[in-house]
Design a protein around this ligand. Structure first.
Ligand SMILES: O=C(O)c1ccccc1N[C@@H]1O[C@H](COP(=O)(O)O)[C@@H](O)[C@H]1O
Length: 211
């Protein structure tokens, strides 16, 4: 079971995730998000946490200038593309930056899962999230779940993480219903929007590992 804690922006949250054994920590480079960090802030956070989880940079339809600024400021392990990036754009980013790409896709129907095939050769991992609710200011990080049974019994073309509305209280049920080999959370481990809670992070990782 792979576990990613996303939207970390303070040392306490990052340390809690590392101490509890997170596989990935996500740093958000999308300024409208309450979880956004600058490249300099991310570099300082990352430097304070030697070793440990893989660093994932989350981008939404980012241009190469932003990707260059971030990858020049700190060593990322994975690029999470959470916008409307096409398969060709994912492939170009992977080639140019030489890093694994995790493509986030919004899921609401079985047909949305069929769409993964077009990305299979262009990406290394998928992150399956709910589609953003109407009027939501962000394309993800909205605490919105999708129907977890949609993925049950489906063979997907790449390893994947389940996201969207997960919490310490529902992650075990989500894993059982979806068959997910990994999970990703942001809102569900926050005490206020954009403010991570170390105790919830530890509880989430423990519940996911026990599932
Ligand atoms: O978290 C954000 O601010 C964010 C902004 C823009 C795109 C994606 C974002 N977060 C990702 O969405 C999933 C699901 O979030 P939640 O747990 O439902 O709040 C999260 O894990 C991030 O990968």
């Amino acid at each position: 079971m792979r576990v990613k804690i996303c939207g970390l922006k303070d040392p306490a949250g990052l340390e809690a995730a590392a101490r509890a054994g997170a596989d990935y920590v996500g740093l958000v480079f999308f300024p409208p998000s309450p979880r956004a960090v600058t490249p300099a802030e991310a570099a300082a956070l990352s430097a304070a946490l030697p070793g440990g989880p893989q660093r994932v940079g989350l981008f939404v339809d980012a241009d190469d200038a932003l990707l260059e600024a971030v990858t020049g400021a700190l060593a990322l392990d994975v690029l999470q593309l959470h916008g409307a990036e096409s398969p060709a754009r994912c492939a170009a980013v992977r080639r140019r930056f030489g890093l694994p790409v995790m493509k986030a896709l919004g899921i609401a129907t079985p047909a949305d899962l069929d769409a993964l095939a077009a990305y299979a050769e262009a990406v290394d991992l998928f992150l399956l999230d709910a589609k953003a609710p109407p009027g939501a200011p962000l394309p993800g990080g909205n605490a919105a779940p999708f129907d977890w049974t949609l993925t049950a019994g489906r063979r997907l073309p790449r390893p994947w993480l389940l996201a969207g509305g997960l919490t310490p209280g529902n992650v075990a049920q989500a894993i059982a219903a979806s068959g997910a080999p990994g999970v990703d959370v942001s809102s569900g481990v926050e005490r206020a929007r954009g403010v991570k809670d170390p105790a919830l992070i530890a509880a989430f990782i423990s519940a996911a590992r026990a599932a």
